[in-house]
Ligand binder design. Structure first.
Ligand code: T4K
Length: 419
C-alpha cells in the first residue's frame, strides 16, 4: 500500500502510484477450512461418487433446511437454473412482474422459458420492488411476481403475499443475496411459494457454483427434484420434462465447508461494514446503505449511494478513480435489466415507468468486503474516498487532461453509458 495522497496529481488516474499494489475485488471468495474441504474431496474421490444425489448433496440440503427452518431444500448447480426450474415447476407463463434493479439472471430465467418479464419500479429507500407499483402492472396475462431481497435486505414480503393472494398469482422470492438473513424474526427461505438462494463463488457462503430452491410445499419440492434430474423418476422412467440442474459432490463439499464457517464470515462482514460506516461519515454526499441490525443479516454488500450535488463528484468518476487505485468497485446493478438485451429492444416503453430504478442505477457503487480485506485496507479506501470528495473540484478541472486509463477488465462497452 502506498502512503496517503497529498495532492490531486498523486491519484493514479492522473499518473500517480496506485494506492494498492494488488487488486481489491468486491467478490473475492470466502474460503473456509481448507483441511476440512480437502478431507471431503478425498472422501468423495475414494467413494467415487462425484455427482447425482451423493451423500454430500444430501447433507448440504439437510443443513440448509435446518438453518432456514424450511421443509424442503433442492440444491442445484446455480441459482439461475434454480429460478428456471422453479418457474417451470410452478407453472409460470405469460407475464411475470419483477424489479429491473436486480442481477439480470432474475429476468433471464423467465425469458429463457418464453415468459415476459414485466419490470416494476423500486422503492428508493429499500432498493426493493415497490408493492404499490406492482398492482398497476397486473394484467390478464400475469401469472406471478418475483420479489428480490436485494443486498440481503428482505423485500416487502407481506404486502407482496397479500397482492399475490388477492390476484391468485404465484409469489417467488429471489433470495440469492439473502442466505442467513431474517425477516420479522423468521429466516428467509420459507416465504412465498418458494425462495432461491445462490451459493456462487462471490456469495459469502459459496459452493464454487451452486444454488438451492427452498419451499414448504411437498408437491412442488417433488416436481423440482424430478426436473433437476432430466425428469427421471427411476432408473429408466422419465415422467416429466426436465433438465440437468444437479449440484455436484465437490460443490456440495465446498458448500458444507463454507457453512461451517458461516458465523465467522458474517462476523467479518459485520466488522468491515461497521468500519466503513464509521469512516465514511467524513465524506459528505457518500451514504452507506443500512442494514436492519435487529434482524439477522449477512452484511455481504457494502453499498454506497453517491449524491453528486453534495459530493462534487459523480458515481462513474469515483468508480474510475478507484479502479485506477486498484479498488475494483462495482456498479451493481447498472443500468437495470430493462436497459439490457433482449429487454431493451423488446420493451423500450418500460423506461417510462422506472424512474427510481434509473436514478438509483446511476448512483450506486459497491465496495470490497469479505475475508479478503481487513481494517488496514478499509481505512485506506475510506481515506481515499475522503480525499477524492475533498478535492472534487480540482479533480473535475483536471479530468480532461488525464491519460486514458482502461483496466483490462473494463471493455469499452462496459464503460459506455447506456442511458
Ligand atoms: N439473482 C440475483 C439477485 C443475483 O445477484 C444472482 C447472481 C443470481 C440471481 C444468479 O445466481 P447464480 O446463478 O450466479 O448462482 C456475479 C456473480 O456471477 C453472480 O452470481 C452474482 N449474482 C452477481 C451479483 O455477481 P459478476 O459478473 O459481477 O462476477 P465477476 O466474475 O465479475 O466477479 C466479481 C468479482 O469477484 C471480480 O472482481 C472478480 C472476483 N472473483 C470472482 C470469482 C468468480 C474472484 O476473485 N474469484 C472468483 O472465483 O457476477
Amino acid at each position: 500500500m502506498t502512503p496517503p495522497k497529498s495532492q490531486v496529481r498523486d491519484l493514479a488516474i492522473f499518473g500517480g502510484v496506485p494506492a494498492f499494489s494488488s487488486e481489491l475485488h468486491v467478490g473475492r471468495p470466502n474460503i473456509g477450512d481448507r483441511e476440512a474441504l480437502f478431507k471431503r474431496i478425498n472422501d468423495l474421490l475414494d467413494r467415487k461418487r462425484l455427482t447425482n444425489d451423493g451423500p454430500f448433496l444430501y447433507e448440504f440440503e439437510q443443513r440448509i433446511c435446518a438453518s432456514t427452518g424450511v421443509k424442503h431444500c433442492v440444491a442445484v448447480c446455480n441459482a439461475t437454473v434454480g429460478l428456471e426450474i422453479l418457474a417451470k415447476a410452478i407453472g409460470l407463463s405469460g407475464e411475470v412482474i419483477l424489479p429491473s434493479f436486480t442481477f439480470v439472471a432474475t429476468a433471464h430465467a423467465l425469458r429463457w422459458h418464453g415468459i415476459t418479464p414485466v419490470f416494476c419500479d423500486i422503492d428508493p429507500t429499500t432498493h426493493n420492488i415497490d408493492p404499490q407499483r406492482v398492482e398497476e402492472l397486473i394484467t390478464s396475462r400475469t401469472t406471478g411476481i418475483i420479489g428480490v431481497h436485494l443486498w440481503g435486505r428482505p423485500c416487502e414480503i407481506q404486502k407482496l403475499e397479500e397482492i399475490a393472494r388477492r390476484h391468485n398469482l404465484k409469489l417467488l422470492l429471489d433470495a440469492a443475496h439473502a442466505f442467513a438473513c431474517s425477516h420479522k424474526g423468521q429466516m428467509i427461505g420459507g416465504f412465498g411459494n418458494a425462495e432461491v438462494f445462490s451459493f456462487h463463488a462471490i456469495k459469502f457462503v459459496n459452493a464454487f457454483e451452486g444454488g438451492a430452491v427452498v419451499t414448504n410445499n411437498d408437491e412442488l419440492a417433488a416436481k423440482l427434484r424430478l426436473m433437476r434430474n432430466f425428469g427421471f423418476a427411476g432408473l429408466d422412467t422419465v415422467t416429466s420434462l426436465g433438465t440437468n440442474g444437479k449440484m455436484s459432490e465437490p460443490s456440495a463439499a465446498m458448500g458444507l465447508t463454507s457453512l461451517e464457517s458461516l458465523n465467522g464470515f458474517i462476523e467479518t462482514n459485520r466488522r468491515n461494514y461497521h468500519l466503513y460506516k464509521q469512516q465514511l461519515v467524513t465524506s459528505p454526499g457518500i451514504s452507506l446503505l443500512r442494514y436492519q441490525e435487529d434482524e439477522k443479516c449477512n452484511y455481504q454488500y457494502v453499498v454506497l449511494e453517491i449524491d453528486e450535488a453534495v459530493a462534487g463528484i459523480g458515481r462513474d468518476m469515483l468508480d474510475e478513480i478507484l479502479w485506477a487505485e486498484n479498488v475494483l468497485s462495482r456498479r451493481y446493478f447498472y443500468p437495470g435489466c430493462h436497459l439490457m438485451e433482449p429487454y431493451r429492444k423488446e420493451a423500450p416503453e418500460a423506461r417510462v415507468r422506472l424512474p427510481q430504478t434509473e436514478r438509483l442505477a446511476k448512483v450506486v457503487l459497491c465496495l470490497p468486503t469479505g475475508s479478503a480485506i481487513g481494517s488496514t485496507e478499509i481505512t485506506a479506501i475510506c481515506g481515499l474516498i475522503e480525499f477524492i470528495v475533498k478535492h472534487a473540484e480540482a479533480i473535475r478541472e483536471r479530468w480532461s487532461m488525464k491519460p486514458v486509463f482502461r483496466h483490462p477488465l473494463r471493455t469499452a462497452s462496459s464503460l459506455e453509458s447506456h442511458i
